[in-house]
Structures are given as structure tokens and as C-alpha cells.
Design a binder for this molecule. Structure first.
Ligand SMILES: CC(C)(COP(=O)(O)OP(=O)(O)OC[C@H]1O[C@@H](n2cnc3c(N)ncnc32)[C@H](O)[C@@H]1OP(=O)(O)O)[C@@H](O)C(=O)NCCC(=O)NCCS
Length: 134
């Protein structure tokens, strides 16, 4: 398991679901990373605690909120923190916070994005499945 990263700008005691460095193909000509790339990584990061809770496959049913607070640049080290907010009969709602470490510049860490997504546990026929007891 990835270790919690000890830094005053990062959530204390938590470990990221995902860490990745965007490449030039993920950005426009100015080096600003596409929002769609960030959304894809957020969906992936959020699905990790959802799959663990569902003990099996899930499908994204809704993106409830998505806020791009600051840009992400090529070469940033981007960390995605994902936490389950609530669960229902078949659904799991996850909040994802995204931090970018400006590796090629000042090295500062900036919270760049926050989002909330809902996943549904699904069976082999892609139909909703009741969440297993914890
Ligand atoms: C996910 C899917 C299997 C759910 O099937 P469904 O018949 O619509 O499911 P239901 O209406 O029974 O709802 C299932 C759960 O999702 C929740 N849900 C449905 N729509 C929602 C929405 N807009 N926002 C939040 N939760 C929602 C329901 O409240 C329910 O939760 P609960 O069981 O915990 O109370 C189906 O919608 C699907 O296959 N969607 C496509 C998934 C996909 O391809 N995702 C990738 C993005 S392209």
C-alpha cells in the first residue's frame, strides 16, 4: 500500500489512490493539461475505494460535481485522494481531491480539483447489485 505523504499542503494521514505525471500528449500547446484527462483520472481514482467497498465491479452512474480550481501542467506530480462519502443500497458516492506538485517550477503543492462521483455495484449482467455487508 502507498504510504501517506507527509506535507503541510496535503491531507494529513491519507494516502493517494493514484499518483501520475501528465505528459505532453495530455495537454494543449501551452502545456495546460486537458480537463478531460483530469476527469478520466478522477473517475479511475474514485473507482478504487468503490470497487473495494463493492467487492467487485462498479459502473459510474453520475458525476455530481466537478470543480477545476487551478490548472494542471505537463510534468506536475498529480495526486488523487479518494474517500467514500456515503453508501446506499447499490450505490457508493466518492469524493476526490486532486493536488498538483509543480515539479518543474517552484515545487509547491496546489489543490487543483475537487469532484464527487457516484458508482453503482454491478453484477455480471451489468445490473445493479446490492452492496455486500461490511
Ligand atoms: C449504472 C447502471 C447499471 C445503474 O442502473 P439503473 O437501472 O439506472 O439503476 P437504478 O435506477 O436502480 O439506481 C441504482 C443506484 O444508482 C443511484 N443513482 C441513479 N441515478 C443517479 C444519479 N443521477 N445520481 C446519483 N445516484 C444515482 C440510485 O439512487 C441507486 O442507488 P441506491 O441503490 O444506493 O439507492 C446503469 O445506469 C448503467 O449501466 N449506466 C451506464 C454506466 C456507464 O457506462 N458508466 C460509464 C460512463 S460512460
Amino acid at each position: 500500500m502507498t504510504q501517506a505523504i507527509d506535507h503541510p499542503c496535503l491531507p494529513p494521514g491519507k494516502y493517494p489512490a493514484l499518483r501520475v505525471v501528465p505528459m505532453p500528449a495530455d495537454a494543449n500547446v501551452h502545456g495546460d493539461v486537458f480537463g478531460g484527462w483530469i476527469m478520466a483520472q478522477v473517475d479511475l481514482a474514485g473507482s478504487i475505494p468503490a470497487v473495494e467497498r463493492a467487492q467487485g465491479r462498479v459502473a459510474t452512474v453520475a458525476v455530481n460535481s466537478f470543480l477545476f480550481k487551478h490548472p494542471v501542467f505537463v510534468g506536475d506530480l498529480v495526486s488523487f485522494y479518494a474517500d467514500i462519502e456515503k453508501t446506499g443500497r447499490t450505490s457508493i458516492t466518492v469524493s476526490v481531491e486532486v493536488y498538483a506538485q509543480r515539479m518543474r517550477h517552484s515545487n509547491e503543492i496546489v489543490k487543483v480539483t475537487e469532484a464527487t462521483l457516484t458508482y453503482v455495484a454491478t453484477d455480471d449482467s451489468r445490473q445493479p447489485r446490492v452492496l455486500p455487508a461490511i
